[in-house]
Design a protein around this ligand. Structure first.
Ligand SMILES: [Zn+2]
Ligand SMILES: [Zn+2]
Length: 289
């Protein structure tokens, strides 16, 4: 297995990075990447503090050396895209010499006091923004969420697009996010076109499944089918915050991907993104690799 979307105690994860490395080795992983939440210039519950960044990077470098016989370890960050504030392409992020970035939308516009609206947290805060910023117009929220995703892809390209449709956890009516909703489908289709144009890798993220926020991974089955039809490269990530989560949701999701017709997953291997074949049970390291 591999996993490149992982949080540790430098942000909102539970343990020091080494605990995840040990668990990954125990489970026979071939590569593991850390992607703490990049610092944000406002108070929040989950991002890394700016002064911690150099310690985070140094600690992963050290683990890379110590465990080089057993596991390929990579250092990345999950970076927000908030126009004029932070993006995967800001000078600061680019100066860190990361192996990769995951670009994720956790905020959509801001409240009247200037505070960005977190669409990824509690339903109460979601409702507050929906009501006060968007006058209860859920379609406008969806449009804005995917518009920001497209803007990030086109203007501040990350290596990986994080949890493409995570906003789906915030609506009481799941049917809203099915392909039969033409308004929703149109936003997704436009976003898939932007993904195709940029060559970004789409992660298939299992966190919603094992946290029981969603019955499908991010993105949903119908979007995965579209990604397959469009030959967009994908990878598998667990978005682990605890060592026990490093491969949670993988068996059922790999089976699903295989059924859809996917036969390759993107793997960061010898510092390069490569397509490795997989079965419903494991990722296969090609003989040449
Ligand atoms: Zn995220
Ligand atoms: Zn994450």
């Amino acid at each position: 297995m591999t996993n490149y979307h992982a949080h540790c105690h430098y942000c909102d994860g539970k343990y020091a990075p080494e605990a995840y490395v040990k668990e990954a080795i125990l489970q026979g992983f071939i590569a593991y990447g850390f992607s703490s939440h990049a610092p944000l210039p406002f108070e929040n519950q989950w991002s890394m503090r700016l002064p911690q960044v150099s310690n985070y990077l140094a600690e992963i470098d050290e683990l890379q050396k110590r465990y080089s016989e057993n596991l390929q370890i990579y250092k990345g960050l999950e970076v927000d895209f908030i126009p004029n504030m932070i993006s995967p392409q800001t000078n600061f992020i680019q100066s860190l010499n990361l192996d990769y970035t995951i670009g994720s939308i956790h905020f959509v516009d801001s409240f009247s006091d200037g505070r960005p609206w977190e669409i990824d947290g509690s339903y109460r805060i979601f409702q507050k923004g929906l009501h006060t910023i968007f006058e209860n117009d859920i379609e406008a929220v969806i449009h804005r969420y995917f518009e920001l995703t497209r803007q990030m892809l086109l203007e501040a390209q990350p290596d990986i697009l994080g949890h493409l449709d995570k906003i789906k956890i915030q609506h009481p009516n799941r049917k809203f996010y099915e392909s039969s909703n033409t308004v929703y489908r149109k936003e997704v289709e436009k976003t898939l076109e932007a993904i195709k144009a940029t060559g970004v890798i789409v992660e298939v993220n299992t966190r919603g499944i094992y946290k029981k926020w969603s019955i499908e991974p991010y993105p949903s089955y119908w979007i995965l089918e579209r990604l397959h039809q469009m030959e967009i490269p994908i990878m598998l990530n667990s978005d682990a915050h605890h060592p026990r989560e490093i491969a949670e949701g993988f068996p059922e999701t790999m089976k699903m991907l295989y059924e859809i017709g996917f036969r390759e997953l993107q793997v960061l291997w010898e510092k390069e993104w490569q397509a490795f074949p997989f079965t419903p049970h494991e990722i296969l390291v090609p003989i040449y690799a």
